[in-house]
Design a protein around this ligand. Sequence first.
Ligand code: COA
Length: 185
Amino acid sequence: MAEVIATTDRLVLRRWEEGDVAAWLEHLNTPAVTEHLGGPRSLDEVTEKFAKMTRAWDEDGFSFLAMALRSCGTFLGTCGIARIATDAAPEELRGAVQIGWQLRADQWGRGLATEAARAMAGIAFGLAGLDRLYSQTSLRNGASWRVMEKLGMSRRPDLDYDDPHFPAEDNPTIIYALAREDWRP
Ligand SMILES: CC(C)(COP(=O)(O)OP(=O)(O)OC[C@H]1O[C@@H](n2cnc3c(N)ncnc32)[C@H](O)[C@@H]1OP(=O)(O)O)[C@@H](O)C(=O)NCCC(=O)NCCS
């Protein structure tokens, strides 16, 4: 198995390995999971996403990771931290680090994203030594901003922005933030 970066009661967060592109296409590249993310992507786009995550790991020492069940290794999705690259984002956000998550739909509502996000925030403020984490979603994506709230993040409406990569109903992008001193492991 690929290098394990963190474990929780139910989860393993690990680096990407062979077979994960296929698992992503099957479980994450679906209409349900991508409903607020602009819809399913082409194989080329998903392959480029994996290349980008590998490059980010090499350059920053962190990236989005694979999330799997600890008991049996079943692929669940992704959770991680990465630099915000969107040109449309306000200056404070560009190059700053965001935390995010995507979970296969048959596992929603069990607290798994929050469990993964707590482990990831621990890595962000610990190993990665970050002072502040941001997170981005849309008002319609209630499950995602609820995870942000459970993580202790606060809304930053002054940083909301319109992102042309997403449909009108998922604009504006809304922002949450968490400072290291406010993080409660
Ligand atoms: C967002 C996502 C990762 C959440 O995963 P999850 O494991 O179900 O999340 P959790 O169970 O840890 O927490 C979800 C919380 O949102 C709540 N919730 C669910 N749907 C909601 C909605 N429409 N409005 C408000 N809250 C909602 C749940 O009740 C739960 O809160 P609670 O524990 O206080 O009851 C999952 O829905 C997902 O993968 N969505 C598609 C991908 C995506 O949109 N990712 C985020 C991009 S910004």
